[in-house]
Design a protein around this ligand. Structure first.
Ligand SMILES: [Zn+2]
Length: 137
């Protein structure tokens, strides 16, 4: 499976981190961690921009985290136009910051910085896959 299935519109089918899609299909979100220097990357990277090594390992992201910040978007880039408005957020999961969308149906009124949040893989009606945040009830 290629990277073309990721997100609402993917501009590439192959990357050095295609395993990310396989993990997502199995229900898990993964980052990569540089073994020599220990830096963790999300989105996953195959090459470390900190120490320039390429010895990275996959690390599973614990789906329970804390919301850091969020905003409502009324303008969308190509491929996302029909989804606006939607809420974008940054959340932290065991020290790894993840940027993404909040599940449809939640608004900024349902959110507050520091609240518990989960991240879950989703499959859109057209078969594209991604992940979304959801506040913990
Ligand atoms: Zn490194």
């Amino acid at each position: 499976m290629g990277f073309e299935r990721f997100g609402r519109l993917s501009f590439t089918s192959q990357t050095k981190t295609n395993d990310f899609i396989d993990y997502l299909e199995k229900g898990d979100l993964y980052a990569t961690r540089c073994e020599p220097c220990g830096v963790t990357f999300f989105p996953p990277r195959a090459d470390c921009c900190s120490c320039l090594e390429n010895d990275l390992e996959w690390v599973k992201i614990n789906p329970k985290g804390k919301l850091i910040s969020f905003t409502r978007s009324y303008f969308a880039p190509t491929g996302f136009e029909e989804d606006v408005p939607y809420v974008l957020a940054v959340a932290e999961f065991n020290g790894t910051k993840v940027f993404g969308r909040v599940r449809k149906g939640f608004t900024e009124k349902d959110l507050s910085a520091g609240m518990e949040i989960t991240v879950k893989p989703i499959t859109y009606q057209d078969g594209q896959i991604s992940y979304e945040f959801e506040p913990v009830a």
